[in-house]
Design a protein around this ligand. Sequence first.
Ligand SMILES: Nc1ncnc2c1ncn2[C@@H]1O[C@H](COP(=O)(O)OP(=O)(O)OP(=O)(O)O)[C@@H](O)[C@H]1O
Ligand code: SF4
Ligand SMILES: [Mg+2]
Length: 332
Amino acid sequence: MDQQQTKNLLDVRDLRVEFRTRDGVAKAVNGVTYSVAAGETLAVLGESGSGKSVTAQAVMGILDSPPGFVTGGEVLFRGEDLLTMGAESRRRLRGAKIAMIFQDALSSLNPVMTVGAQLAEMYVVHQGMTRKDARARAAQLMDRVRIPAAQERLRDYPHQFSGGMRQRIMIAMALALEPDLIIADEPTTALDVTVQAQVMDLLAELQREYNMGLILITHDLGVVADVADRIAVMYAGRIVETAPVHELYAAPAHPYTRGLLDSIPRLDQKGRALYAIKGLPPSLTDIPPGCPFNPRCPRAQDICRTDRPPLFTVAPGRASACHFWKDTLDES
Ligand SMILES: Nc1ncnc2c1ncn2[C@@H]1O[C@H](COP(=O)(O)OP(=O)(O)OP(=O)(O)O)[C@@H](O)[C@H]1O
Ligand code: SF4
Ligand SMILES: [Mg+2]
């Protein structure tokens, strides 16, 4: 096992997922490689349908299967492959060591159980606590995620909380067993802007306090800048660029990332028309040959239509899947 691998909590290597449907085979994840270390936040960014959630579902073992199948790759947690280990060890790791937070708390929480009972259940089932101790821990946890009057609110049902408060309860559920890694899939998308910022700040604070690894899936570049250490940009089921956040913001090395950055509103350019990447992502049943981004790329040349660019190393810790990464970088 190499050094880097032991240091990382999670190493996803060349992961491939396809959906076999009546309309054909949709190649949703096409060789994704990323890693997360303890205490690190990796943001996964990309347009709708780029494979962000499906990658996370394959890591968590909650892929909708059929029609979804993992067709290749490795998911190493502390060096052990979750895809090939025994079912029992896998369940233990995924339940206690890796937790997931979803966008929609209302459909992830049990509507007919009080939040206190749901939180307490985690401790009873996984740690064999008595009901009484478990309830006390649940109250502490509610307090930790700053739910006002935590003790009394244990008796309330999910629908009695506001969206922001429900998202805090989701965070509490995810934290309950003190996981090493949290995967948060668009955790604040359904909330309004001020509440978004509060929930994001809370998540970032807890991540630091517990020294957890965090994978933050989002299509909001604004959120990423404040909380992430590194970024992985996905397009048509591939990582097209990966870099430390500030380097990527300062000078992207892939035209798709450039397009994403140019389409965020900026205070210093008020009134200027916003750039939008032209066209649509490809159909995953029929990904174009060469670079999958070529039909939309302002920089595309002949080679882009025939040769698929691998991830080129741009600098230590930086890579770009573009034949012309150097020109793109120089221009930034
Ligand atoms: N249950 C499913 N059945 C068939 N195809 C699916 C299923 N789930 C996902 N897919 C396919 O996988 C692709 C990637 O989906 P995924 O949910 O990972 O996108 P995403 O990047 O998370 O997008 P979003 O930003 O909208 O959440 C989809 O475009 C779709 O083609
Ligand atoms: S490889 Fe070609 S088409 Fe793809 S992003 Fe680079 S320049 Fe554009
Ligand atoms: Mg998604």
